[in-house]
Design a protein around this ligand. Structure first.
Ligand SMILES: Cc1cc2nc3c(=O)[nH]c(=O)nc-3n(C[C@H](O)[C@H](O)[C@H](O)COP(=O)(O)OP(=O)(O)OC[C@H]3O[C@@H](n4cnc5c(N)ncnc54)[C@H](O)[C@@H]3O)c2cc1C
Length: 457
């Protein structure tokens, strides 16, 4: 049986179970390989001598997700079902409210245990609570997303990277370990049938006005190919080049990390072993591990992660003190959404979001800071940024997004800077800073040449 550190697992549901299968309820980590939740579910099924089955509950209208995000996710799940079938693990795509659908399946199967993965966001937490209360069996939660399990890294909301970094660094020698060389294996029973994906797609009731993208493919295999390309071609030069949107040094892994097509731990192991300068590997691992896991820490310990309640007190006081400052421009949500501001750089960043469902990391900061500068209030700025982020990004509705927006607009995980209009002491960014870092004209032209699916012309 695969070894798995017990601290990666928490028991969250305490009802006693039947004698049927172990149900692996897949949520955020939608992959077969390098998945602590899958390994644990498989190990428990073997220990109990019962079959293993997998399920995913497709909730209609998840946090305003659009066809773009559903299309990408379903592509990955379709591949996952095929891979599971090859290993004789039955898979059931449930539809409807997961809080009802998952206990329903567990009741039907007389499940002995439900194993699921960890997500710090409010709605998935509510689902887990309801599944735990309503299921006729115990429920175990596994942090399959973070290298250091979120609850092990820290038991409180961290002030910033400088306070989380030493804790994570101390624990990495233990947790940044190779995955066991085992894959879940089932018996093919019970027979849950195969999913009719065409019917699932046809019956989706989601906003279709945000179209799927074509520059990136979904799924576990595509994620691994992308990781290989990154370590071979892009990682070298990451430390310097990642702030230049005209250079292809970012990994483009965030959509895959968001849907769990690849484990951050696998990415970290591959980068650690890559033949690239230490400065590049270290800079990347700082983002992938410390910054990303700081976002999960933030959302786990701050229930109001998408509201001004999440901003540090110094930032909120300063933004309040500047609430009456005159704004040079004030845009409506429609103008933001249509990329119709006076600033060609901002418009290009927004267009990149519209077409690719992704935006270069440096520009995400500029984009959000300008929304603060040119909105009537900082509350409205946070709402606008969250709406656009979650509606258009493939990696939206992610702790990284809520933390990134709160960092840009509300000084989260940052410190006070010089006092200035509108921003107060929240860190400012301007166009001349961007001008020094990269060729703005070239970026604007490159974005204008993207086709509607986000592919370069
Ligand atoms: C306003 C704003 C909004 C953002 N919205 C999102 C979002 O919705 N979803 C999302 O995944 N990220 C978001 N980020 C964080 C970051 O910009 C993206 O993760 C990164 O640009 C994704 O591209 P990549 O995978 O090619 O990045 P790479 O540079 O290749 O980084 C690799 C991975 O490291 C992690 N990472 C990188 N930068 C950060 C960061 N600043 N904070 C936390 N983790 C990071 C991500 O998991 C990323 O995929 C946002 C940042 C800001 C400032």
């Amino acid at each position: 049986m695969a070894t798995i550190r017990p601290e990666r697992i928490r028991q969250i549901g305490f009802n006693s179970g039947g004698s049927g299968p172990v149900v692996w309820w897949i949520q955020r980590d939608q992959r077969l390989r390098d998945n602590w939740a899958a390994l644990y579910a498989h190990g428990q099924a073997k220990r109990l001598g019962v079959p293993l089955v997998a399920c995913f509950a497709l909730s209609p209208g998840f946090l305003g997700a659009t066809l773009r995000q559903y299309d990408f996710m379903l592509g990955g799940l379709e591949e996952l079902e095929r891979d599971l079938a090859a290993r004789h693990v039955p898979f059931k795509l449930l539809s409807g409210d997961p809080g009802e659908a998952v206990p329903g399946l567990a009741r039907k199967l007389g499940a002995s245990l439900i194993v699921t993965d960890f997500n710090p966001l409010r709605l998935p937490r509510q689902w887990r609570e309801r599944v735990s209360a309503a299921s006729p069996c115990p429920v175990h939660e596994v942090d399959a997303h973070n290298v250091v399990p979120c609850w092990v890294a820290s038991g409180k909301r961290e002030v910033g990277a400088r306070t989380l970094r030493p804790k994570i660094s101390r624990l990495l020698p233990v947790y940044l370990e190779e995955f066991p060389r085992v894959l879940p294996q089932g018996t093919g029973l019970p027979d849950l049938g195969r999913t009719d994906w065409a019917t699932v797609r046809a019956s989706l009731e989601v906003d279709e006005s945000v179209a799927p993208v074509t520059w990136i493919e979904p799924g576990e295999r595509a994620a691994r190919r992308q990781l290989e390309r990154f370590t071979e071609r892009r990682l070298n030069g990451y430390a310097e080049g990642r702030n230049d949107p005209n250079e292809e040094h970012q990994s483009d892994l965030s959509p895959h990390l968001h849907f769990g097509h690849v484990a951050a731990q696998r990415v970290a192991l591959a980068v650690r072993a890559a033949r690239a300068p230490a400065a590049d590997r270290d800079a990347f691992l700082e983002e992938l591990i410390v910054r990303r896991e700081l976002s999960d820490n933030f959302c786990l310990h701050e229930p109001g992660y998408d509201s001004p309640a999440a901003f540090p007190a110094w930032a909120r006081a300063s933004l309040d003190a500047h609430a009456g400052d005159r704004r040079e421009y004030v845009y409506t949500r429609g103008e933001w959404e249509r990329a119709a501001t006076h600033d060609d750089l901002w418009n290009a960043a927004q267009t990149e979001m519209l077409r690719r469902g992704k935006m270069h990391g440096y520009l995400r900061m500029y984009w959000a800071k300008k929304i603060l500068e040119w909105s009537a209030t900082y509350e409205e700025a946070q709402q606008t940024a969250t709406y656009l982020n979650d509606r258009y990004f493939l990696d939206g509705r992610d702790p990284n997004g809520y933390a990134g927006i709160a960092w840009s607009i509300g000084g989260l995980h940052d410190r006070p800077w010089f006092d200035r209009p509108v921003y107060g002491v929240v860190r400012y960014m301007n166009r001349s800073g961007a001008d020094k870092k990269f060729d703005i004209k070239k970026y604007v032209e490159r974005v204008a040449a993207l086709d509607p699916g986000g592919k370069p012309a």
